[in-house]
Design a protein around this ligand. Structure first.
Ligand SMILES: Nc1ncnc2c1ncn2[C@@H]1O[C@H](COP(=O)(O)OP(=O)(O)OP(=O)(O)O)[C@@H](O)[C@H]1O
Length: 254
């Protein structure tokens, strides 16, 4: 059974005459413990798919099954907790005047979950931060540490799926690999399933088992990691993306 099973998903924004369909009938499955990448030019609908999976974009049609369960228009708290998002910008996504502890407490309060102190400490430890960081404020942390907090906040509800929207692209190059490796370790340790949006095929090749290439709201190709690394990819657009990150891909052929 696939952890994520999406059939003919369309997603739109706006109502009536101003409604615009952004995602035009995409179909994909992600097995438990796998990572599925979404790449494609800016505005093609990658984040919109993540938003629909997360329950943030509710204007969708098609069929969505998560962990074998059919997802409807309204989700229970348990269904919402099952997948959590990590955004690109760790500066914008964490409240600047809340301590890290308070940031991590918030989802537990919203979902009415107990054992809060233990969970906060475990979440910080899981992302490689000292537990004393709970008393710090975001401005006292580096960009990489803030992204670790954003990942800890996503993990604190014990989701089965992480939806990662360009999780390293706002970070210094030297920090990017550190966060990618953390995500890789976490996936293996916690048996998490990932959907990762990136404009960078090298990042996708590093982390993902399969990748869908998007153009104008549809998938033009789904390739596996080996096809990507070996250059056995069919669609001209995919080749163009690959050529754009060739040096990087060669450096990361692991
Ligand atoms: N809340 C919204 N209301 C209306 N239109 C939106 C909304 N969010 C996104 N869009 C539009 O939907 C289209 C797809 O946006 P989306 O963010 O999914 O693209 P993307 O592929 O993730 O791009 P990028 O790589 O730039 O993040 C864009 O044209 C965008 O302007």
């Amino acid at each position: 059974m696939a952890m994520i099973d999406i059939e003919n998903l369309t997603v739109s924004y706006g109502k009536g005459e101003t409604a615009v369909q952004i995602v035009n009938g995409v179909t994909f499955q992600v097995a438990e413990g796998e990572s599925f990448g979404l790449v494609g030019e800016s505005g093609c609908g990658k984040s919109t798919i993540l938003g629909a999976l997360a329950g943030r974009n509710r204007q969708w049609t098609g069929s969505m099954r998560i962990s074998g369960e059919a997802i409807g228009a309204k989700r229970s708290k348990a269904q919402l907790a099952r997948q959590q998002m990590v955004f690109q910008d760790p500066f914008g996504s964490i409240h600047p005047r809340h301590t890290i502890g308070r940031t991590l407490l918030e989802p537990l309060e919203i979902h009415g979950i107990g054992e809060r102190q233990e969970r906060i400490e475990k979440a910080l430890t899981d992302v490689g931060l000292p537990v004393a960081f709970r008393y710090r404020f975001p401005h006292q942390l580096s960009g990489g540490q803030r992204q670790r907090v954003a990942i800890a906040r996503a993990l604190i509800l014990k989701p089965r799926i992480l939806l990662l929207d360009e999780p390293t692209s706002a970070l210094d190059v030297s920090i990017q690999a550190e966060i990618l490796n953390l995500l890789k370790d976490l996936r293996e340790r916690e048996k998490l399933t990932y959907v990762l949006v990136s404009h960078d095929l090298a990042v996708v090749a590093h982390l993902c088992d399969h990748v869908a290439v998007m153009q104008h709201g549809t998938f033009v190709e789904i390739a596996d990691k080996q096809q990507l690394v070996d250059g056995r990819i069919a669609h001209p657009y995919t080749r163009m993306l690959r050529d754009g990150s060739r040096g990087y891909m060669a450096a990361r052929k692991d």
